[in-house]
Design a protein. Structure first.
Length: 494
């Protein structure tokens, strides 16, 4: 009954030699005597169980222990006669040791286990889920208005039946001097004084101005407003004694009505009391004193003291001006040898040179100009020194709502024209006119300027001053014959 086929089957089961010998001996003894029917059934069952167990052991060996670890994962660890076997600590990530096909989940394995030592199966590690984080948006900081409230006007404009109404939001800054209503046919961002002006409004509570078709314009490219022509309208706010100019946005509107047959402005009757100043002038030790009679008109805004070397009847604004006086009780002005003049043909007053002196009175919100008589006087003293066109030193201080820009007064105002406040994002040495400008000052004694966050810029790479952006700031001193750029200072706009 027991032949070579059974022996071969036992060999394939990979049982121990003692176990196989005992099994063979038992089967041979059983074959010598008849087996009861019940024992034969029991023996068959035992053989089936032994065969099944052997196959399981063989499969377990073939899978390197993976089969039993899966079957007995929930069982407690066993011990041997040599002492307890340490429990294998689960690791977060199990390195697979068998080849896998792409997109198939790898089979987890553990390190090799010493021979005959029962092991505790290591459960498959479950990756820890990282919670999804919803990014929070940091609200953009709203620029804080400048401490002094020096802001750009917010402008709108609309066409009426035969006119255009220019409107703006009221400005409550205590530094406000007035508004210049400006326009242009070709410039999309008109401002005073580069593009002239239509009217000058000193009532801080005024928020609109009506411009009729056919009305005349001062300077710029308008001439007179004509029906059917599109214009860019804006308002420039004037602040402080230094007359800082901040231009508002521009709005394009077509003037209604028919084209004007002629651009000659209609003469406006002169209100009572608007008279021409009566002027006199005399030479002192090293200066000339210009005097005039007091004007009592309630419409008087101020006086412009003017001079010229070549024009025998100088007036503002055609011949520039030396000083702007808003004290209505003032009746004289002293001009020293070497003093600087704004515009015109004077440049710097120099000893031995004859000049025509006069005074122009400014009246009303429309800034009507009435020039007085002119007097010729020779400036006493030695000729003024030759201009050296010096540059100035700048400092920049960030404050709430913007930056304060300060600079040293020019060491030689001979031929001085104005200071240009310039800035750049990319050029570490900005200068006028290559990098545009923010504003300019014609008074050589002016040495500071506030730039509010959000303010606009002319040309260059600035656009508008933005909070959090770093800029290079500088001052270019402009003279009759040269432009002198000063040092540059880097600062971040708050």
């Amino acid at each position: 009954m027991f032949d070579s086929k059974y022996k071969e089957a036992l060999e394939n089961m990979k049982l121990s030699e003692s176990f196989k010998a005992g099994l063979i001996n038992k089967m041979q003894n059983s074959a010598k005597k008849p087996v009861p029917k019940g024992r034969l059934v029991l023996a068959s069952v035992i053989c089936v169980l032994v065969l099944t167990t052997s196959v399981g052991l063989a499969a377990n060996v073939a899978t390197k222990g993976s089969l039993f670890r899966t079957m007995f994962a929930a069982m407690a660890p066993q011990t041997t006669g040599q002492g307890p076997v340490p429990t294998v600590t689960p690791v977060p990530t199990v390195e697979p040791t068998i080849a896998v096909t792409p997109y198939c989940e790898p089979t987890a394995t553990t390190a090799p286990v010493p021979s005959k030592a029962p092991v505790t199966a290591t459960p498959t590690a479950v990756p820890e889920l990282t919670p999804s984080i919803t990014p929070t948006t940091t609200p953009k900081a709203t620029p804080t208005p400048a401490p002094s409230g020096r802001i750009a006007p917010s402008v709108s404009a609309s066409a009426g039946s035969n006119s255009v109404v220019v409107s703006w939001a009221i400005i409550t800054s205590p530094d406000l001097v007035g508004y210049k209503v400006v326009a242009s046919k070709s410039c999309s961002t008109p401002k005073y004084s580069e593009n002239g002006y239509y009217t000058w409004i000193t009532n801080a509570n005024t928020t609109s101005c009506t411009i009729n078709c056919g009305a005349s314009y001062n300077g710029g490219d308008v001439g007179c407003f004509t029906g059917g022509q599109a214009y860019y309208f804006s308002v420039t706010a004037i602040y402080g004694e230094e007359w800082q100019k901040i231009a508002g946005n521009a709005v394009q509107v077509t003037m209604p009505g028919t084209p004007a047959p002629t651009c000659a402005p209609t003469a406006t009757p002169v209100p009572t009391g608007r008279i021409a100043p009566s002027v006199s002038a005399s030479a002192g030790d090293n200066s000339v004193v210009v005097s005039w009679t007091k004007i009592t008109s309630p419409d008087l805004v101020g006086y412009k003291v003017v001079a010229s070397k070549s024009c025998s009847s100088p007036k503002y604004s055609e011949n520039g001006y030396f000083e702007w006086i808003t004290d209505k009780n003032a009746t004289s002005c002293t001009i020293n040898n070497g003093a600087t003049y704004q515009g015109g043909d004077v440049g710097t007053f120099t000893g031995g040179q004859a000049y025509y002196f006069s005074v122009t009175a400014i009246y009303g919100e429309e800034w009507q100009k009435i020039a007085g008589n002119a007097v010729q006087v020779t400036m006493p003293g030695a000729p003024a020194p030759v201009a050296t066109n010096p540059c100035v030193e700048i400092t920049v201080t960030p404050v709430e709502g913007g930056v304060n820009v300060s600079w040293t007064k020019t060491a030689d105002a001979t031929g001085f024209v104005y200071y240009k406040v310039v800035a750049s994002i990319s050029n570490p040495n900005p200068k006028y006119s290559e990098d545009g400008y923010y504003t300019y000052f014609e008074d050589p004694n002016c040495t500071s300027c506030f730039i509010a966050t959000g303010s606009g810029y002319n040309s260059g790479d600035v656009g508008s001053f933005t909070s959090g952006v770093t800029y290079y700031f500088s001052i270019t001193a402009c003279y009759d014959t040269a432009k002198s750029a000063g040092n540059a200072v880097q600062a971040t706009m708050p």
